[in-house]
Design a protein around this ligand. Structure first.
Ligand SMILES: Nc1ncnc2c1ncn2[C@@H]1O[C@H](COP(=O)(O)OP(=O)(O)O)[C@@H](O)[C@H]1O
Ligand SMILES: [Mg+2]
Length: 237
């Protein structure tokens, strides 16, 4: 559901990223340059390109984990564009709290916090009441088919696939307007991948803008509204 009238939720302009390896004689690794993209509400732009093309570097630059060498990453937050590359750390945190979500491949396990609590937390942080937060967490965990007996346990002893589903629940519960998905289905089986595809489509249906990396061709075909070949912006070595 692409709304042609809408403003893009992400606008990337002239983005460049070069790594300098200080422990390898200042070796320079140019990744991309003059990279531009705009993502509208309801669009899921899938980053394409072989390993080493710069997909993860682009994603981390957009999230503000990597400082790009040049260019801007503007995210529509509360009606105004915030440039992630120049925003203060507090502004970046605020944008991440309410607008820009990141689903990584791994759960950063928080010790001793039971799963249900962990999934409710993002909503509680945003001021949602406890009962509603609990109900929504239970709905998501059920949808993601995480056995009820796991809900009161911390996820530290769960299998990789179970941890990933907790991670996905924790990310999707907030219904972010903009989401970055870094191989969220990497360690899931077919049925669970289908659930994640459904969650992504629901989010697109309510107007979220997404940028994703998916190795699984079926997932890619099911969610992509557009492919973005990162290698087209390869920087000269
Ligand atoms: N933190 C880093 N330090 C130095 N070089 C890096 C770093 N991250 C990525 N690179 C290099 O940048 C290039 C792109 O990597 P990456 O963004 O991980 O590609 P992809 O995700 O498409 O496989 C590679 O040549 C990689 O070695
Ligand atoms: Mg990568």
């Amino acid at each position: 559901m692409t709304d042609k009238q809408a403003r893009p939720l992400i606008v990337v302009e002239d983005l460049a990223k070069t790594f300098v390896l200080h422990n390898a004689d200042q070796a320079i690794i140019p990744v991309f340059e003059r990279l531009r993209m705009a993502v509208l509400p309801g669009e899921c732009l899938v980053l394409a390109g072989e390993s080493g093309a710069g997909k993860s570097s682009l994603m981390r630059s957009i999230y503000g984990n990597y400082l790009p060498t040049g260019g801007s990453v503007k995210v529509l937050h509360d009606g105004d564009y915030v440039d992630i590359t120049t925003a203060s750390p507090n502004q970046v945190l605020e944008v991440r709290r309410r607008t820009l979500g990141y689903v990584s491949q791994f759960l950063r396990v928080i010790p001793r916090i039971p799963t249900l609590q962990l999934v409710m937390e993002p909503l509680l942080e945003n001021g949602v009441g406890k009962d509603e937060a609990r109900a929504r967490a239970e709905t998501l965990l059920t949808k993601l088919r995480l056995p009820i007996r796991h809900w009161d346990l911390p996820p530290s002893t769960f299998s990789g696939g179970e941890q990933q589903r907790v991670n996905i629940a924790r990310s999707f519960i907030r219904e972010y307007p903009v989401m970055l998905l870094d191989e969220p289905t990497a360690s899931l089986d077919g049925e669970n991948r289908a659930v994640v595809v459904e969650l992504i489509r629901e989010a697109l249906g309510r107007g979220a803008a997404m940028i994703g990396i998916f190795h699984d061709q079926d997932v890619r075909d099911a969610v992509a509204t557009r492919l973005f070949p990162v290698a087209d912006f390869k920087a000269a070595a």
